[in-house]
Design a protein around this ligand. Sequence first.
Ligand SMILES: Nc1ncnc2c1ncn2[C@@H]1O[C@H](COP(=O)(O)OP(=O)(O)OP(=O)(O)O)[C@@H](O)[C@H]1O
Length: 290
Amino acid sequence: MSLLSVRGIHKHFGGLHALKGVSFELEEGETVALIGPNGAGKTTLFNLISCEDRPDDGEIVLDGQRIDGLPAHLAAARGLARTFQNGRVFGNLTVLENVLLGAHTRLEDLTGSGSRPGEGVLTALREIAWSIIQPRRFRRMEAELTEEVRDILSFFGDRLLPRLHQPAYSLSYANRRRTELARALALRPRVLLLDEPTAGMNPTETDEMSEVILQLQRRGQSMLLIEHKLELVMAVAHRVVALDAGEVIVSGTPETVRSDSRLIEAYVGKKQDGVAAASAGAVLEPSLQA
Ligand SMILES: Nc1ncnc2c1ncn2[C@@H]1O[C@H](COP(=O)(O)OP(=O)(O)OP(=O)(O)O)[C@@H](O)[C@H]1O
């Protein structure tokens, strides 16, 4: 049984049929890259898998259980964590606080508080009460979580650790994106969804992120990755699923997908008749930006 199964997903936005029966699998420990030109439906698919939106048809199964249509916080509790294309951190919180937020779902499990949308104040009161009733246990847990945050931040070398207590607004763009990824990792996700983790990064930062992804892979982390940079896809993906206009046009190993004429067609927008030697790699390097 696959860790994540996406089966026959359809999504409409008014008259636009954004996803047309998309299916693919993610196995335990695998990194699958979702590629495709702008507007292909990649982010829409991420929004459905992370349960920020629900499909019109089809099903999404994590570890044998359907998750499509669940509230997003329950999907997170089942082990889905994501990062966003534009990077989302809380500017006024420190790096430590931002990453601790990622562990919040697990903290709730321990305290039994289990927040729901609209219950923010009640949840906070319950947690404060809990910390007063069991201060030693709470402090121990906090110390353990802080240690865990340090461990996660060490993935990024000395990029974040020395900045543990700095507010996120004072960080560079690349460090804010690293902080966001660290927060997702603090959830200890079964499946990590990375939406263009190197967008806006320079080549050195991109190489570093590629190394982080490979490190996560070695630890057995299962990942779905949206990425336009072909070099990064080739370096980290076990398999590639290429979308165009809401449909899977080709899937397979990076090498086979890269040289598939359907991918070239999707990006270039017309048949490459007579271009015998062309491969998607040759046509699309250095990035898959449409
Ligand atoms: N909330 C929405 N309302 C209306 N249309 C939407 C909405 N979200 C996405 N779309 C449309 O659905 C299609 C797929 O968009 P999506 O953002 O998923 O593509 P993408 O492959 O992620 O593109 P990009 O690489 O540019 O991020 C596009 O035509 C987009 O305009």
